[in-house]
Design a protein around this ligand. Structure first.
Ligand SMILES: C[S@@+](CC[C@H](N)C(=O)[O-])C[C@H]1O[C@@H](n2cnc3c(N)ncnc32)[C@H](O)[C@@H]1O
Length: 289
């Protein structure tokens, strides 16, 4: 280690050398420093010539070691930014992804802003989707649910941090939401085929909760149950929005037809022309729960 006191710039150069031969995102050290201080990129640049305090040097070196051991930067700092706001994250929840902000955008722009809607964020994880919707649309009444009590504890903390009061329900899909109906169900569910681990990021595989990632039936098991049950939990005119895998367009279309002949589907593609989100409506109720 250099005996000179480290500036923030020197620290980042050192980190870049440590990570050079790895697959770690080269922006991760910058993210660590920005999140630790609540700085944006401009602020970090303004501090580049400042000397990093000794305790922070220790922390930063340990954090870069953790990056090399595939720990996601967001877990190291215990927080992330989503839709311009800070959220707590722990290994009990998925690290929210940029694509999910697009799902939130799609929901927001597709609904009249002044309507009072009942909304369910199904598989809420850290709560980013539901909390963002509640903050962007204060007239909406949003419920957060998840099968994982550990995830719900993180979501509860984020609800408190954003000074909201939202119901949180521990539930395997709708099992503990019997009789509840919503105008919107929004979900970023587990949709990865367990056979696809070979092409997955090591940091995700080693540290993110498997229940947040994988679904049986080649990644479609959650969507099958959701498509079968959605009609019983949507109000008339109710709609479902969901994030999907990039290679699931045909299988999701076929699955929806199989589960609910009446339901309509619109898909949203990313810039590469791959389906990343669905919007479905006109579900028929089947009477199950
Ligand atoms: C891909 S993560 C999404 C988390 C968060 N909504 C986000 O976008 O960052 C999927 C979430 O669904 C939850 N989940 C998995 N199976 C579930 C089930 N059967 N019922 C309810 N939630 C479930 C997981 O615990 C996890 O928090």
């Amino acid at each position: 280690m250099n005996r000179q006191p480290w500036t923030y710039f020197a620290a980042q150069r050192w980190a870049a050398r440590q990570l050079a031969a790895s697959e770690v995102d080269p922006h991760a050290p910058q993210f660590l420093l920005e999140q630790r201080h609540g700085w944006d990129t401009t602020h970090l640049l303004l501090h580049n010539r400042d000397v990093m305090p000794a305790a922070e040097v220790e922390w930063f070196r340990t954090a870069v070691d953790q990056l090399l051991n595939h720990v996601p930067a967001q877990y190291i700092v215990g927080q992330t930014t989503f839709y311009g706001r800070q959220f707590k994250v722990t290994p009990a929840v998925l690290v929210p992804e940029a694509e999910t902000a697009e799902l939130v955008d799609w929901v927001l722009t597709s609904q009249p802003a002044d309507h009072q809607l009942r909304v369910l964020d199904l598989g809420t994880g850290s709560g980013v989707i539901g909390i963002t919707l509640a903050l962007e649309r204060p007239r909406w009444s949003v419920t957060l649910s998840d099968i994982s009590s550990a995830a719900l504890a993180v979501a509860r903390e984020n609800v408190r941090q954003h000074q909201l009061s939202l119901p949180l329900v521990e539930s395997d899909l709708f099992a503990n939401l019997a009789g509840q109906r919503y105008d919107l169900i929004v979900t970023n569910p587990p949709y990865i085929d367990p056979a696809d681990t070979a092409v997955m990021d090591q940091a995700v595989l080693d540290h993110e909760p498997p229940i947040a990632l994988f679904a049986d039936e080649h990644g479609l098991g959650f969507y099958r149950r959701l498509f079968e049950l959605a009609g019983n939990h949507l109000r008339p005119g109710g709609q479902l929005f969901g994030e999907t895998g990039y290679d699931q367009e045909k299988s999701i279309q076929a699955l929806l037809k199989q589960c609910d002949q009446q339901a309509q589907l619109a898909v949203c593609h990313d810039v590469a022309g791959k389906m990343r989100m669905i919007h479905a409506w006109d579900f028929s109720g089947t009477g199950g729960n």
